[in-house]
Write a protein that binds this ligand. Structure first.
Ligand SMILES: [Mn+2]
Length: 294
């Protein structure tokens, strides 16, 4: 698979690593998230190379590699062990973006890639703080609890569906409930972060009128520009080290709007990261140039 139909660079040369993780095991309502990585990458073909917010063409300056998809496994414990092992061996001097699959992949991605005592910015409609769900502690409903168990702190944004016993945890972590969300306060909180950071975006954080293609939709939700404001705050904070991000819980749908939003979100992340790292002042040796010279 490719990003914007660009030839994949060797893993060690790539500035951007994209890992498809089509894992779907514990979803409880609508199915299809295993199809999301391929659907998101397919619609990247419809995006312009030029990114209008920063006003540059990031792929003229950066090389991209879409890695081989992580294979599913009938045993979920084995699957997560494989996933941790795969991401642990990848080079770290890059922007790492995993495409889910369900939200249960996030704790394993973090475990394989980020040192302890980091901060995880968690955009989601649901609190995901159950200790186990339907017999599995690897359920997508437990992802945030697993992250807490790994000794990371959480900043949760967009929450609007909570199981009563989760309330106790929510009160102990930084939580921005969806109703009355003050995006300036979220940005202030992100600006104050230091050290290791991970960004996880459950696509159900968006208004389902905007992104209907999710497994467990909830009314309310953030809009496109609020999400971009959060993204900018993360990528332009020079006091953090971003170990990676993931986009999860998308289900491709007939209009392709949901997967287009996920694809453009990925492009914005690449653009903001590249700009913050000063790639726009480097030699033009990116995937787009390599392709044009072929
Ligand atoms: Mn979630």
């Amino acid at each position: 698979m490719e990003f914007q139909l660009l030839t994949n660079s060797p893993v060690n040369d790539a500035d951007i690593l994209i890992l498809p993780v089509p894992w779907e095991k514990t979803v409880c309502y609508k199915h299809g998230t295993a199809l999301a990585p391929a659907a998101i990458l397919e619609v990247t073909d419809q995006l312009e190379y030029y990114e209008e917010d920063i006003a540059w063409s990031p792929m003229k300056y950066m090389q991209v590699c879409v890695l081989e998809s992580v294979a599913p496994h009938k045993d979920e414990i084995q699957f997560h062990a494989n996933l941790i092992n795969i991401v642990n061996k990848l080079p770290t001097d890059n922007l790492f973006i995993a495409l889910g699959g369900e939200h249960s992949i996030t704790p394993s991605l973090i475990k394989g890639r980020m040192p302890k005592n980091g901060s995880v910015i968690y955009l989601d409609a649901h609190a995901d703080l159950r200790q186990s769900y339907q017999g599995s502690e690897y359920s997508h409903a437990c992802a945030a609890y697993q992250i807490l168990s790994q000794e990371h702190s959480l900043i949760m944004v967009g929450i609007r569906s909570v199981f009563e016993p989760e309330v106790q945890y929510l009160s102990e972590i930084t939580t921005f409930m969806d109703r009355g969300l003050n995006i300036e306060q979220v940005i202030k909180c992100i600006n104050e972060l230091t050290g290791p950071v991970w960004l996880t975006i459950d696509m159900d954080v968006f208004d389902p009128a905007l992104v209907p293609g999710v497994g467990t939709p909830q009314p309310g939700g953030i809009n496109w520009y609020q999400c971009l404001d959060i993204l900018e705050a993360v990528f332009f904070n020079k006091n953090i080290e971003l170990y990676g991000m993931d986009i999860v819980e998308l289900i491709p749908e007939p209009s392709h709007v949901s997967e287009t939003i996920a694809a453009k979100l990925m492009q914005k992340a690449i653009s903001f990261w590249g700009k913050a790292k000063g790639f726009d002042h480097r030699k033009q040796n990116g995937s787009q140039i390599i392709m044009d010279n072929k």
